[in-house]
Design a protein around this ligand. Sequence first.
Ligand code: ARG
Length: 473
Amino acid sequence: MAKSSSVPAYVRTPQSAYLSSLSVDRALAPYDLAGSIAHAEMLGAVGLLTPAETSTIVEGLRQIAREVRDRTFAWHDDLEDVHTNVEVRLTELVGPTGGKLHTGRSRNDQVALDERLYLRAAVQQITAALLDLEEALLVRATDELATPMPGYTHLQRAQPITVGHLLLAHFWRFDRDADRLFATVRRADTSPLGAGALAGSTLPIDPARVATRLGFEGPFENSLDAVSDRDPLVELLFDLALLAVHASGLAEEVVLFATKEFGFVERSPALGSGSSLMPQKRNPDAAELVRGQTGRVVGDLVALLVTLKGLPLAYDRDLQEDKPPVWDAVSTVRSSLAALRSVVEGITFDRTRIAEAADDPEMFATDLAEHLVARGVPFREAHETVSAHFLSTGGRLDPARVGEIAGVDPAVASSLNARSALARRVTPGGPGPAVLPHQLATARSRLATRRGSLSSLDRKVGLVEELLNEVRT
Ligand code: ARG
């Protein structure tokens, strides 16, 4: 990066290198430019710029947008941030009229606006990747809807479920994540531009016009809040942290099921790479990295919360520290969602091995107790009877011997297998064949609804490109 020959006085200080945020906030350039175009148009509409000045400035900003896109824009690291780089370049391109762009505006309301426009695009990219992962889970769940497997509590075999039921459980977690992300955008649907440094302006600016032009529900209610509110970024980081926690739970099951001890999932290149030393190894690296990166994403949330804690209103320079954790969490989660999707798509289940495990008789102990309940035995008594039998047989449940239990119909032995046990499970939302297709259908229609929300968001995100490219007639 080069030095600029025209460094404005307001960024001249011996600490300029320390104060600079350019390496981070240059990613805001498209949003900064679109926001500036909307601002310039508003200045024109209220008569603070002449029509000729307005189009000179807007065309200059579009020229800069092309330079940024083509990577020919000359970033100057002595110009502190993206905002000053754009303004100095504008003045280079269009002369002193460029100096009128910042009328009625501060970098404080400007950066708050840029971040809200960035937030929409970030949520769009994350949810697009998330919905694709959810789709992959639904495809695999459809194939494995009726494949019995052991269900676990405390990581001990508990009761039979199906692989599809387990995959759908992960789907619903991610569905809530998608819902949270869309809600975060909705709560950030207020434009801060016009709040100025903290107290608006003496000039007759029109924040509502800027808000409408940029697709916001409306302008801010309070100028102090507008320049300092980072709730949207905190919410985004929380959404991403919880999403990462959910992703790491799925990743952990892949790691666990791919061990030789479980053997439910084949160890293959679809899960990761080999060992440079041990020729036999195939490691579930991708799932491990998804699990490992979650720590950093949770740290990003904590970093921003602690930065914000105790800040007096309104703008404080501490707020500049909001961007690195957000950038990190967004790029980390985006790439981990793509990796996890490819893992889900590439998994091969060892159905024979899973079926053997699912038929482990001890998982039918509850069914046996419920068999007694159906014959009028109070549940607590039934629980103790089956438990005593279980202990007396050395901690094994032998279907051939269940007839020895007082009150048990010996014929029940033939139904102590995973398929029969699943068929008996009729609770809505459970793993039984009578109810699972309904759950799958609900999940499919939910995913379609989320895709609808994503298209509405696509349209809002598209406003930035429209502003940057619009050709005036
Ligand atoms: N780089 C700053 C940030 O990201 C922009 C706002 C600067 N405002 C100021 N008064 N120095 O927060």
